[in-house]
Design a protein around this ligand. Structure first.
Ligand SMILES: [Zn+2]
Length: 466
């Protein structure tokens, strides 16, 4: 397998430190607001990566953190007159539900900042002991960037932006303008933790380094993790600072490979709260099936910037519909588990830095060949079973086509209507059984009035939204 290393800026063969195993760490959400499409994109990209690593026979350990200590959380709690924990629990749960709706598998480890404080204290102490960090008279602890000759090498391309930022953030108590807080002292009683450095809260960058050491790093390895991932906006300062802390405070280099996914733009503009065009995942999910969003957000290469617009989304939906239409045609048949040439080709495309356009072209081709075969040689059992196996493989490696195909086409119909339709269908089947065709025709018309179509198959009667 090959992946593009966004720090070395080259495609590299993926060779894990321990044979047959891969460790992956991805920066997760700060739980003070609903997830937007940018969060969804990042979670989807690394979900796909995990699936592809697994399909390559690797035993993957995937960690994605929850940042539940942050000034923005405190601000929200004050605004809403709620406890901090009420806010963080609410948004963590919402995040989990939304991730499930777009088919993102749970990470193996999901550490929370509030549960990782000891690991953070220990890392700060090591950095102080090795003269890479210092405490100010006010009780803050800063990382001393001048002590690290490698500082800024990770994100070399954004050095200019760093200089701009140094001017903005300059504080008289810091030794160097670029130094960043490991521990922020807080002198009121609001959401503070008592640490060996006094009461306060940890700096955001610190938690990832501490969690990675605690959960994934092994003393005998050179790198804390094989792959570190996140959105492209995190490269600087967040990943730069993570790398510095780990380099100076442990005997590890934080990651062997870095992967960054591109931004999500809305109708050509960068998504941002100030522009008022943040697109929340929950809003998208109220209009579209989660798997349609998954397919759409993954349908362009993960490193390119993604331009979200409804026209492209409907094109993506039509493409996903094709997978489901084929699944429907093959619904009541058993699967053949032999690996087909299509599956080998698909894995090959995705193992090439997740070349999704090649993968989707292969899928389109497989679907049209399968449909042609079903049209012309409908009774060819082996071919049918191979197609079912191909669809199952697509579901495993890409998470497309995982639902019951009949239910997929019912998206947008509310539960009460679904129940009514279920009742009408069973009444109609009763009537048919009793050969009361006048009644069964009347019931069929009643059903069609709901804007659905009916399919009588050997496996039962199904309906879908027209
Ligand atoms: Zn991080």
């Amino acid at each position: 397998m090959h992946i593009f290393d966004s720090v070395q800026k080259t495609k590299r063969e993926f060779i894990p430190q321990e044979e047959g195993k891969a460790t992956l760490y991805v920066c997760g959400p700060t739980v003070y607001d609903d997830a937007h499409l940018g969060h969804a994109k990042s979670a989807l990209v690394f979900d796909m990566l995990t699936r592809v690593l697994k399909a390559n026979g690797l035993d993957v350990t995937y960690a994605r953190n929850i940042t539940d200590i942050d000034d923005k959380i405190i601000k929200k709690a004050i605004e809403q007159e709620k406890d901090i924990k009420e806010i963080t629990d609410f948004y963590t749960e919402a995040f989990h539900k939304e991730m499930e709706a777009i088919g993102v598998m749970k990470p193996d480890i999901e550490p929370k900042a509030t549960e990782s404080l000891e690991a953070m204290y220990s890392l700060i102490q090591k950095l102080i002991d090795s003269n890479h960090a210092y405490a100010t008279a006010e009780g803050d602890v800063y990382f001393d960037t001048s002590s690290d000759s490698e500082y800024l090498k990770l994100s070399a391309r954004v050095q200019e932006e760093d200089e701009k930022m140094q001017r903005v953030e300059s504080s008289s108590l810091k030794k160097n303008p670029a130094d960043f807080a490991l521990w922020k002292s807080v002198h009121d009683n609001s959401f503070t933790f008592s640490s060996p450095f006094g009461a306060g809260r940890p700096g955001w960058h610190l938690e990832c380094s501490a969690m990675i050491e605690k959960h994934l790093a092994k003393p005998e390895n050179k790198f804390s993790v094989d792959i570190h991932g996140g959105g492209a906006d995190l490269l600087f300062p967040h990943h730069e600072n993570e790398a510095a802390q780990t380099r100076c405070g442990t005997n590890h280099t934080i990651a062997n490979y870095w992967m960054h996914n591109g931004f999500v733009n809305i109708n050509g503009e960068k998504m941002s709260k100030s522009l008022g065009n943040s697109f929340f995942l929950k809003d998208a999910l109220s209009e579209y099936d989660g798997e349609v969003l998954r397919f759409y957000l993954l349908s362009t290469h993960y490193r390119s910037n993604f331009n979200f617009n409804t026209e492209d989304l409907s094109v993506a939906k039509k493409r996903l519909d094709k997978i489901y239409r084929l699944k429907k045609r093959l619904f009541d048949l058993a699967q053949n588990n032999d690996k087909t040439p299509f599956q080998e080709e698909l894995l090959k495309a995705l193992s090439d830095d997740m070349n999704v356009s090649s993968a989707l072209a292969l899928i389109d081709e497989m679907i049209s060949t399968a449909n042609e075969t079903l049209d012309t040689a409908g009774k060819h059992k082996l071919l049918k079973r191979e197609s079912i196996s191909n669809l199952a493989y697509i579901s495993d490696i890409l998470g497309f086509g995982v639902k019951n195909p009949f239910e997929y086409f019912q998206f947008g119909i509310d539960n009460a209507t679904k129940e009514t339709l279920g009742l009408l269908i069973s009444k109609r089947n009763e009537a048919k059984k009793e050969k009361n065709f006048e009644l069964s025709d009347k019931l069929r018309d009643e059903i069609l009035d709901f804007g659905v179509s009916l399919m009588d198959t050997p496996a039962g009667t199904f309906w879908e939204k027209v």
